[in-house]
Ligand binder design. Structure first.
Ligand SMILES: *Cc1c(COP(=O)(O)O)cnc(C)c1O
Length: 415
């Protein structure tokens, strides 16, 4: 009632400031299920366009998989639409317990607790298990949801330079007298697609008696030979104290997350984590869908193997075409353009060529590191990737960036 013209004007000022700075996020409307081929309305009100999606977290191509959709239907029919309650009142079904047990087995941990999302898992876990006598030591590039979780926790907080193990060791020494020390990292970092040096981190945690926390949202289901995650890739399964992950990416892409790890830490979350206590957990149809996803992935590594092959094909193709990429071996393949406007122009032209790929620039990535972040999926067939490569090559030629070095691109377009 007191929303005065002055208040409205203030917000409109802020919003047009975002627009002028080129930081205003414009959504594109997809009229089809999430998949390699999608139908998109963009800009708003325009007619639908068929494009290849190369920027979804749909790593395993399970978002619209018929068996997963069918399992969700069956979950809906047998367990209903919603729980109308949080877990500890009357919001726990047998399928919630079953999914927790399956995740524990899949990740090779001691126990698992579901959360409405991984954002909620990260928001709740730290304050549930740590106190002001403890310290959290996090990589400087961890996901925003971890940063928020850290802010909600009374333990002391310190950081180490991205993947700098000497720096981490010095921080572990500095904080040696704390009751508990927890080292916190993403398993795969989403913007660059690099993995944390988990073998070295696990050794340091051993040496300095620290807990190890990994957020494996961009790894669960496809990193490691059996797709169990970065802890499998680095041969430290069973040694990680806390893993958080999402069901909103590779593991079906709907929603939900979890904390998986040491039995007592999971129990502490069940007793104390606020997003668990005060928010409904994952809805029954989604739980049934994720159970099916884990059944599929436990039975065969076919999809993660295909993803690996697709990723190799894509990296090789872009490299041969002459693009500058971020080094790595995950399905996150950033095409570096350095200049913010160039990243937006290239994204727009790719869309005209039938390829949906979003350009990222500051503050999502550091200044001067604008890029198109491509993400490969087991849902892509080689013909998708070939067509997308043709589009990238055509647009790359137009902007004269093929075969150019980072320095040459920056000389042409600026940072
Ligand atoms: C996407 C992501 C999340 C959030 O997952 P939701 O389940 O969608 O809340 C958390 N951490 C990392 C590292 C992520 O990439």
């Amino acid at each position: 009632m007191a929303y005065s013209d002055k208040t409205r004007g203030m917000y409109n000022g802020i919003l047009s400031g975002l627009q002028e700075a080129g930081l205003f996020k414009q959504e594109r409307f997809i009229h089809s299920p999430q998949a390699a081929d999608i139908e998109v309305e963009f800009p708003s009100g325009s007619s639908l366009k068929n494009v290849i999606n190369i920027c979804a977290n749909n790593y395993l191509g399970l978002s619209s998989h018929p068996d997963v959709v069918k399992a969700a239907h069956e979950g809906l029919d047998s367990r209903g639409y919603g729980m109308s309650s949080v877990r500890f009142i009357c919001g726990t079904q047998d399928i919630h317990r079953k999914l927790e047990q399956m995740v524990t087995e899949f990740l090779d941990t001691e126990d698992t607790i579901l959360f409405p999302s991984c954002m909620d898992a990260n928001a709740g876990v730290f304050e549930a298990v740590l106190t002001k006598d403890d310290v959290m030591i996090s990589d400087r590039l961890v996901h925003a949801s971890i940063i928020d979780g850290i802010r909600l926790c009374s333990a002391m907080h310190d950081t180490f330079k991205h993947s700098d193990m000497d720096h981490l060791e010095s921080k572990l020494q500095l904080h040696h007298d704390r009751r508990l020390k927890m080292v916190i990292t993403d398993g795969v970092f989403s913007m660059d697609g690099d993995t944390a040096k988990l073998d070295e981190m696990a050794a340091l945690c051993e040496k300095y008696d620290a807990l190890l926390f990994i957020d494996d949202s961009h790894a669960s289901g496809f990193i490691g030979k059996k797709g169990r995650g970065t802890h499998e890739k680095y041969g430290i399964m069973g040694k990680v104290d806390v893993i958080t992950t999402t069901f909103g990416k590779g593991l079906g892409g709907a929603s939900g997350g979890c904390v998986s790890g040491r039995k007592e830490l999971v129990e502490m979350c069940r007793q104390k984590a606020r997003p668990y206590l005060f928010s409904n957990t994952i809805a029954p149809p989604v739980v049934a869908g994720v159970i099916k996803v884990l059944e599929i992935l436990s039975a065969t590594t076919e999809r993660r193997d295909k993803l690996e092959k697709n990723t190799e094909f894509w990296r090789k193709g872009l490299t041969e075409a002459g693009f500058v990429l971020k080094e790595g071996d995950t399905p996150i393949v950033p095409v570096m353009l350095f200049n913010a406007k160039l990243s937006q122009d290239v994204s727009r032209d790719l869309y005209q060529e039938g390829v949906y790929a979003i350009g990222f620039f500051f503050p999502v990535v550091p200044q001067g590191q604008a890029r198109i972040r491509t993400q490969i999926s087991a849902g892509h067939e080689i013909h998708h990737l070939e067509k997308a490569l043709d589009a990238f090559t055509k647009v790359g030629k137009k902007y004269n960036i093929l075969g150019k070095t980072k320095q040459e691109i920056i000389e042409m377009y600026g940072m």
